[in-house]
Design a protein around this ligand. Structure first.
Ligand SMILES: Cc1cc2nc3c(=O)[nH]c(=O)nc-3n(C[C@H](O)[C@H](O)[C@H](O)COP(=O)(O)O)c2cc1C
Length: 341
């Protein structure tokens, strides 16, 4: 069963300790103990989103996830830390205290000493490079694997599509480095293609956000089931001085509020009331709050419905195990078809 897929995923599985080299991309508010453990228990690799957590909350979340994944020698899972989090080094300390095996450093260039601190604690470090030059730099600095994430993805995005990133990174680095491809993957046929191009595995977020085990509010899930790819739009930057990272989300009133928020923050910048770093943090707080409103409170009008373009392939609530089984079956059928041709 699924022999070709397993063979192509072997490197990724050996690195993650999983049955399938499928990372559940960390999603703030969504990727907590229930979804993360469900992904890991189904043979994938769940990742806790620490974006909006304090060290104490992360501590509790890791302990709870470990309990749900069979304890110390149970199924593996990882933690996603945002590099601009003010308490980054404390959060690294929490991961170290729990012996977390894999940490994803997301959201910008990892600050000096962060990769080293994680490696000293015995963790494997996964970075998300936006360019090939930075990928090489991260690998030289000790990163053990990379995620390349294209602009089709949900949440904060870069400017380049997954298909172009895959062509830039996989032929150049795919043999010597472990590269997981993310952004816009909704079906196993796409997984097959990236594995054949040299990926060690893949990372999916949107496809898992509405799983039965996801704590996302029923209204949030309904919005996903109804949406098509073209409704998952990237936010617009209104002031060229304020370098806001674009966010892909379903279009709603919250999208307009973000435009208003940017104007408000730009005015504060003009008045000298905040500096650039504070302005950017203000924007990030806006997103964290808006996403919480949609995911937890179910306010799908004003909250942020972060979603990738693969949202059109999310049509009903299914258990994670069913989603993974479907992806693997599609991948295997695609690979088998190539051999038969
Ligand atoms: C609702 C939502 C929240 C997200 N939050 C985060 C986050 O906190 N940290 C992060 O590194 N990526 C975040 N992402 C990106 C995912 O980890 C993943 O890379 C992405 O969803 C993959 O693309 P896809 O949505 O097309 O599957 C988020 C994505 C979504 C849809």
């Amino acid at each position: 069963m699924h022999d070709r897929t397993r063979a192509l995923m072997a490197r990724g599985n050996a690195f993650l300790g999983s049955d399938y080299a499928i990372l559940g991309g960390a999603m703030s508010w969504v990727s907590e103990r229930h979804l993360v453990s469900a992904i890991s228990n189904a043979g994938g690799f769940g990742v806790i989103a620490c974006g909006a957590m304090t060290p104490a909350l992360l501590d509790a979340e890791i302990a709870a996830t470990r309990a749900l994944t069979g304890g110390g020698s149970g199924r593996p899972f990882g933690v996603n830390l945002i590099t601009m989090h003010p308490a980054l080094f404390e959060l690294i300390g929490v991961c170290a205290a729990h012996g977390v095996g894999h940490v994803v450093l997301a959201g910008g260039i990892p600050p000096k000493g962060s990769i080293e601190a994680l490696k000293d604690a015995g963790a494997r470090v996964i970075c998300i490079p936006p360019t090939l030059a930075l990928a090489r730099k991260y690998l030289r600095s000790g990163a053990d694997a990379l995620v390349i994430e294209g602009s089709e993805a949900g949440g904060h995005i870069g400017p380049v599509s997954t298909s172009v990133l895959a062509q830039e990174f996989l032929p150049a680095l795919g043999r010597e480095a472990l590269i997981f491809v993310a952004g816009g993957i909704g079906r196993g046929e796409a997984i097959a293609s990236y594995l054949e191009m040299g990926a060690a595995g893949v990372q999916l977020g949107t496809r898992f956000a509405c799983a039965a085990e996801s704590i996302a509010h029923p209204a949030f899930k309904r919005a996903f089931f109804r949406a098509s790819a073209r409704e998952a739009v990237a936010s617009v930057q209104v002031d060229p001085r304020l370098p806001v990272i674009p966010v892909r989300a379903l279009r709603n009133k919250g999208t307009e509020e973000f435009t208003a928020k940017q104007i408000e923050v730009a005015r504060l910048l003009d008045a000298g009331a905040v500096d650039m770093a504070a302005a950017q943090l203000e924007i990030e707080h806006f997103w964290a709050g808006a996403l919480r409103r949609a995911v937890i409170d179910g306010d799908v009008e004003n909250g942020s419905l972060m979603a990738g373009q693969s949202v059109g392939m999310v049509t009903r609530e299914e258990p994670v195990a069913t989603i993974i089984a479907t992806l693997i079956a599609e991948c295997e059928t695609a690979l088998a078809g190539r051999l038969a041709a």
